[in-house]
Structure formats: structure tokens, C-alpha cells
Design a protein around this ligand. Structure first.
Ligand code: ZN
Length: 502
């Protein structure tokens, strides 16, 4: 019996026309499989029993991802946006609670998986060729708008989604809502910018129509906030968004109207945004107006990376550079230490990688994780901080931690950003011996930690670093080549070559 069916199928597959007929037959048969008719929330187990489904051409599903349990218009949003035969889905971590009576035929896809269920993918469940992602409480004035949107943008290759604004009055102008977006995962950064000619992201809630093929090729098709998550994933692929201004989607003015509910919704969205940034590895967001918002470590938290092994912090092995919050914390600590030593008359100079970064672009090397300076050992008594530090670790009035290294690690001081955040400035005391600056102990993990002629310090000069002029050896270019080798300034090199980017 099975053999016979197989043979028939094989014969059918021999012509193109037959494949089309076969596809429709399979789809027709699938209608009667139990998966299709099971109750809300349970369908995912049954659905999986069916084989990989082919999207039905020119069809559209309505999907609502962005809504709140405590105040929503789910039934109206679905009823008003879908034509009679359109499938509709609500995608959520868990079933809406309190329960919502959804229009007939609507399925809830819950993404929190039970360990007992059979593995499934969104493509197994959503079978239409296009998906319209609609924010809760956003209603089309004309139901054809969605179908029309699914037919736009096919001509332009890099336009992979059509967006229509949800607004109270339909007066939003395209230019004011369209923004360019560049994503640099290596630098953990999103940068928004004004853009007149194309659209990477939109600043207001929109309905998004995307082909299922493109949407489900994204690793996070429905991660919330869904709009921002999709824009980031699109920008990484250089995919653009077409804007359909005549979409006429109107926002339900009664949604989140109560001030308490409005506030609750706002905070939930901020939490979701932070969670999404964490998942995507975003720690710095630069707005189009130049404002910077940092995510990641703060002075009150631990720094973003653990103990550094073999001069290679964990982020480098993951193809990333120093997190922006860490560079910011390092700059703060550096400025603080420089100002203190300067005010106390301690002669110091930028050392190693810090001087190299200053020489290259006036800042910390993008993948460096600390700041190194040298000081004259004989100046230590001039500093109350260093003197007190010699007796034991202490936290100063500004919350910085002054620490004297253990003898085994060599003779140096370390100033930490805070008790919890261990970003730090290392201070190496040198003394002059027959015109050579030397030390009694050397740090194995700092290869550039070597003796050098004292004439580089006579006199000291300054170099721009982390936004201020900082004391440095004279002839710093020659000094760097003396320590690191020829052409070191022009040839950036990773501490560990095997992690170099292409
Ligand atoms: Zn950090």
C-alpha cells in the first residue's frame, strides 16, 4: 500500500504541472488533519505531526504580538483587520491572562515551551505567504489595505517589508517617522540617523507586512518589542522598509488611556527593550539627535567581562570589542586618577596600550580593557592615596578602590572604578638607574612592561587621551616603537591574532 502511494507520488512529480496539482492536493488533505482544529494553546503539539508546509501563494495572516494582558483590544484588532478567510494569530509567551475571547479561528501561539511538547517552528504553524504584524488597537479603515500592502515592494529587491503608520489622525509625515539605522554588533552599538531617501526604522507604531520566507529567516521574528527587533535584524541584512502612507490605520484612543495603565505599559515596554538589547548584544544606542543611552554595566554592577585569561578578555573570543559601558567606565576612572596624581605633583606618563591608543586616535584602543600608566617611584610619598594604599586597600571619598598588588603579581597599584565594577587603571612605579627606568618586578601579562631610557621622560609632554591632555613621554612615537616594535602605531594588531576579524 505505502509503496504504491510512493510510486504514484513519484510519477506525479515528473511534471511541473503535476507538482502544482500535488501541492494543492496535499494542502487540501492537510485541512482535515487534526492539528488544524485543535483548541487554542494546544495546537502546537498536533501541528508538528504534519510535514514541512509550503506557504500558500498570495495569502496573508494577521499576527498580533504587541499587546498587554492588563489592557488590550485583541478581539477588535483581529476582527477589524482580517478579511473573512484570513488566518489570525496571537503570539505570546503564555496564553493571555485574564483569558480573552478571540474571534473564531484565531489561534494563540505560545512561545514558552513545555519540555513535554514536540519541537515546532513558526513556519509549521503560519502557512501564508505573507504576515501582517499589527500592534494591538491599530485598526485599518479599509480591510483591503493589508492585502494591498502584501503586493507592494515585490519589484524592489532590498525592500523586504511594507510599513503603514498607526496614528490617531493620519497626519504623520513620512520624513518625520523614517530613520536610518546602522548596527555594529562588534561595538555593541545601534546608531539612528536622519534619512530622507530610505527607511531602516520608524519612530511610531506601524503595521508591518513581510513575506513569511523573509520573516522566518530571522532568528527572532516575534521577539518584543517586535518592531524594534525586526528593524535591527533587517538593518543587519541591509534590508529596507517601504512606507505605505495611505494605509489609514487608526489607533484606538481608549487603549492605555488610564494614566496608571499607561505608565505600567511604558515600563513593561522598557523592560522588554532592555531584555531584547541583552539578547542581541546591544549596549549603546545613539539617537538621531546625538543622545547616547548606555546599557550594560554601571558603576554599581560588575563590569561586563570576567577575569582576563592570556590577555584575551572573553568578548574578544566572541568576535566583539570592549563593551561601550566598560570604555565609558574606564575613561571616568582614568580621568579621575590623572587629575589626582597631577594635583599631588606625582610625575606619571601613559604606558603601553594606553599610550598606543592615545597615539592612534586619542582614546582607549577599542578592544583594550584597562589603562596603564608609569610613575616615578620616588614620588609615591607625595600622594596620600598611594601612601595610604601601601598600608592596605581602601575606598576613597569618591568610591574608587585603591589597591596595592600582591607581591607575586609584581609591584604596582591598581585603582578600580568601584567595589563592584573592577574596571581599573594600573600604576607601575619605575626608578632611574644609570639613565635607565627600571623596576624590581615585571608583569608577565604586560609584555610592553620593560625598561627604557629615562630621556623619554625628560621632559614629559602631553598627548590627548580620553578627552583631556594627559602626561606622556616625549618622542612618544619613538618610545612606542622602542617598546612594541616598528610601525606599531599604524598597524593595529589584536592581542590574540586568532580572533582577528576578516
Ligand atoms: Zn560594561
Amino acid at each position: 500500500m505505502h509503496r504504491k502511494i510512493y510510486k504514484t507520488c513519484r510519477n506525479l512529480l515528473t511534471s511541473k504541472r503535476n507538482v502544482v496539482i500535488l501541492t494543492f492536493m496535499v494542502l487540501w488533505v492537510l485541512r482535515f488533519l487534526p492539528g488544524k482544529k485543535t483548541e487554542v494553546g494546544e495546537m502546537k503539539v498536533a501541528e508538528k505531526k504534519e510535514t514541512k508546509r509550503i506557504p500558500i501563494a498570495n495569502t496573508l495572516s494577521v499576527v498580533v504580538v504587541e499587546y498587554e494582558d492588563f489592557d488590550n483590544r485583541l478581539p477588535a484588532t483581529i476582527r477589524r483587520s482580517k478579511a473573512a478567510d484570513m488566518p489570525a494569530y496571537v503570539v505570546a509567551d503564555e496564553l493571555p491572562y485574564p483569558p480573552v475571547k478571540l474571534p473564531e479561528g484565531t489561534k494563540v501561539i505560545t512561545t514558552h515551551r513545555s519540555p513535554g511538547e514536540v519541537h515546532w517552528t513558526f513556519e509549521d504553524v503560519i502557512r501564508t505567504s505573507h504576515v501582517a504584524i499589527i500592534p494591538d488597537g491599530c485598526y485599518p479603515s479599509r480591510v483591503e489595505s493589508l492585502t494591498y500592502m502584501s503586493q507592494l515592494g515585490e519589484e524592489t529587491e532590498d525592500v523586504k517589508a511594507i510599513a503603514a503608520p498607526c496614528s490617531l489622525n493620519n497626519k504623520t509625515k513620512k520624513l518625520s517617522m523614517c530613520q536610518g539605522l546602522s548596527v555594529d554588533l562588534r561595538k555593541w552599538a545601534l546608531t539612528y540617523f536622519d534619512s530622507n531617501d530610505f527607511c531602516d526604522s520608524l519612530t511610531i507604531p506601524v503595521v508591518l507586512v513581510i513575506s513569511s520566507k523573509d520573516l522566518f529567516s530571522l532568528p527572532y521574528p516575534f521577539t518584543r518589542p517586535v518592531q524594534d527587533a525586526i528593524f535591527i535584524q533587517f538593518a543587519l541584512r541591509k534590508w529596507k522598509i517601504g512606507v505605505f502612507e495611505e494605509g489609514h490605520f487608526v489607533t484606538d484612543a481608549t487603549l492605555y488611556k488610564d494614566p496608571h495603565i499607561h505608565w505600567k505599559h511604558k515600563f513593561k515596554q522598557i523592560d522588554r527593550l532592555k531584555a531584547m538589547y541583552k539578547l542581541f548584544g546591544i549596549k549603546l544606542v545613539q539617537s538621531a539627535d546625538g543622545r547616547e543611552q548606555y546599557y550594560g554595566c554601571t558603576r554599581q554592577s560588575a563590569r561586563c567581562f570576567g577575569t582576563v585569561v592570556n590577555e584575551t578578555p572573553d568578548f574578544l573570543t566572541r568576535g566583539k570589542w570592549t563593551p561601550p559601558c566598560c570604555l565609558k567606565g574606564l575613561r571616568t576612572t582614568g580621568k579621575y586618577v590623572f587629575n589626582i596624581l597631577q594635583s599631588q605633583g606625582v610625575r606619571f606618563w601613559l604606558e603601553g596600550g594606553s599610550l598606543l591608543g592615545a597615539a592612534r586616535n586619542g582614546d582607549i584602543i577599542p578592544w583594550d580593557y584597562d589603562i596603564d600608566i608609569g610613575i616615578y617611584k620616588e614620588d609615591i610619598p607625595k600622594s596620600v592615596h598611594l601612601t595610604q594604599c601601601r598600608k592596605g586597600t581602601f575606598v576613597d571619598d569618591e568610591g574608587f578602590v585603591w589597591d596595592k598588588s600582591q607581591e607575586s603579581e609584581g609591584d604596582f597599584f591598581r585603582v578600580q572604578y568601584s567595589e563592584t565594577n573592577h574596571l581599573h587603571v594600573d600604576i607601575f612605579p619605575f626608578y632611574s638607574k644609570n639613565g635607565i627606568m627600571t623596576k624590581d618586578t615585571w608583569m608577565k601579562s604586560h609584555k610592553q612592561d620593560t625598561e627604557f631610557p629615562e630621556h623619554y621622560l625628560k621632559p614629559l609632554t602631553t598627548i590627548d587621551f580620553i578627552g583631556m591632555p594627559v602626561s606622556a613621554p616625549n618622542n612618544w612615537k619613538q618610545f612606542l616603537e622602542y617598546k612594541f616594535g616598528k610601525n606599531v602605531i599604524d598597524k593595529p594588531e589584536y592581542p590574540n591574532k586568532s580572533f582577528e576579524f576578516p
